[in-house]
Design a protein around this ligand. Structure first.
Ligand SMILES: [Zn+2]
Length: 227
């Protein structure tokens, strides 16, 4: 062998030895794909409680062993105290959405926003016996989002937005199949999905779609989380 080739040969052998070690390590240790391990989804339900839809959603979550997060409307609790209590009793997270859900009133001033939030929080505490620590802006918030978010954080809330939707508000009269496909499509490429769903009275298709939504994300390797 010519002398000038020796460094190149040594380097080549070193690379082979390194790759062999790497191969041995990869076969010796069970390989867990990090991308798969880190995939998580939060099912978040806005605008409830309602009697039928929330009840069906809770039934499905129980059957599937999945916990969700419910951002409730204070005014809708009257007459459905048992539904609200069931959400807490079955281990789901209760969050504040709004007392009235009327944008004109809530966003009239900082004082109005805080009063709306405090009323809803107090009613949840009184009815379900838990203190909510998460909040979601009705309608997703205003152009004052950053400032109002800081205001809510000052009240002790974590403000939770969303990054995927099932389309139950966006697509009129969507079927359960459409809602399922929309959830999968809008979550595409995201390892941490916060899915927006609604459990208010008109959203029977959402309750109907939930088993398929859970199955699809489970098949894709997502772990279900709650706030
Ligand atoms: Zn809402």
């Amino acid at each position: 062998m010519q002398r000038r080739y020796i460094p190149a040969v040594v380097l080549f052998i070193a690379i082979l030895v390194f790759l062999a070690h790497l191969g041995a390590r990869m076969t010796a240790v069970p390989v867990i794909s990090y991308a798969e391990e880190e995939k998580e989804i939060y099912l978040t339900f806005d605008d409830g409680p309602s009697t039928v839809v929330t009840g069906r959603i809770l039934d499905t979550l129980k059957e599937e062993g999945v916990k969700g997060t419910f951002f409730v409307v204070g005014e809708r609790i009257a007459g459905r105290e048992d539904v609200l209590a069931r959400i807490a009793r079955e281990g789901h997270t209760l969050g504040v959405h709004s007392y009235t859900h009327r944008y004109g009133e809530i966003y009239a001033s900082d004082g109005a926003l805080l009063e709306d939030v405090r009323r809803c929080k107090a009613l949840i505490e009184k009815t379900a016996g838990v203190t909510p620590a998460v909040y979601r802006f009705p309608g997703g918030g205003t152009k004052d989002y950053a400032r109002q978010k800081a205001l809510l954080e000052g009240e002790g809330f974590a403000v939770i937005a969303w990054n995927a939707v099932c389309g139950d508000e966006e697509i009129p009269h969507a079927s359960a199949e459409t809602l399922t496909e929309t959830a999968v499509k809008t979550a595409k490429g995201k390892n941490r999905v916060i899915l927006l769903l609604h459990d208010s009275a008109p959203h029977r298709a959402t309750a109907q779609a939930l088993p398929a939504i859970i199955a699809r994300f489970r098949d894709m390797g997502y772990v279900f989380k709650q706030f």
